[in-house]
Design a protein around this ligand. Structure first.
Ligand code: ZN
Length: 233
């Protein structure tokens, strides 16, 4: 397989697995920037996320123009292209409608690291793009990129979340960990006042957990789970 084919295959796998985990719904999308180019691989707007195949992925440029493939990209492609323009170290972006993380943007409660896997999130809370309209223009894409700033995730109020990574695997793992933290914070809220990780504590934990080995192990775990459940067949 060429590098490009491998990237498409990983992206399709990540999208199917996020759908299988209930984090990506029928309207989510995920992309990967092709290293050394201004090309972005992304799932097409019209096709089902849970049955996506690598060969169905389309290529657009940073203006959203279709470069390869026949189907149109998602209408909110601006989320991806404007974050790539603003963050040169980011090589994968996911736009999700996760059940738990989204609730925090609706309740106006900061989503903070309360669980070790949440140590990748800002201690002051995941930033929120405070506007529920869809991101269908370059200006709104810039707004999301500005709200995200240097963070790994941003919530879109009453809409969903956007996560970023250095590669597809990192973006996938960050998406899973964001939702795991949100789930735990919500459950803890029902029992009492959630105890957020202290700044140094979160930093220490993040250093030991956010490693290529742990990300690979997490990826392998979900791939094996997806194969066993039929989500990847
Ligand atoms: Zn959306």
């Amino acid at each position: 397989m060429s590098d490009l084919e491998t990237l498409k295959s990983d992206l399709a796998t990540a999208i199917r697995l996020l759908a299988a985990e209930g984090i990506m719904d029928a309207n989510g999308h995920m992309s990967a920037r092709v290293p050394g180019t201004n090309h972005v691989l992304i799932n097409p707007r019209a096709l089902g996320r849970s049955s996506l195949r690598a060969e169905e992925i389309v290529t657009i440029d940073l203006d959203g123009k279709l470069v390869a493939g026949k189907l149109e990209p998602p209408s909110e492609y601006h989320i991806h292209t404007r974050i790539y323009a603003a963050r040169p170290e980011v090589f994968s972006v996911a736009h999700l409608h996760p059940q738990y993380a989204t609730v925090f943007s609706i309740a106006d409660k900061p989503l903070v690291p309360v669980f070790i896997l949440g140590s990748i999130l800002p201690r002051e809370g995941v930033p929120v793009f405070d506007d529920s309209d869809l991101i269908r223009s370059r200006e709104r894409g810039d707004g999301v990129a500005q709200a995200l700033a240097a963070a790994r995730a941003v919530l879109l109020r009453a809409h969903g979340a956007v996560t970023v990574g250095e590669d597809v695997e990192s973006c996938f793992v960050a998406s899973i960990w964001l939702e795991e933290n949100a789930k735990k914070q919500l459950w803890a809220t029902m029992l009492g006042t959630p105890h957020a990780l202290a700044v140094e504590e979160a930093e220490r934990v993040r250093k030991s957990l956010w490693s290529p080995e742990v990300r690979r192990k997490t990826w392998d775990y979900y791939v094996a789970k997806g194969r066993a459940s039929g989500a990847l067949s």
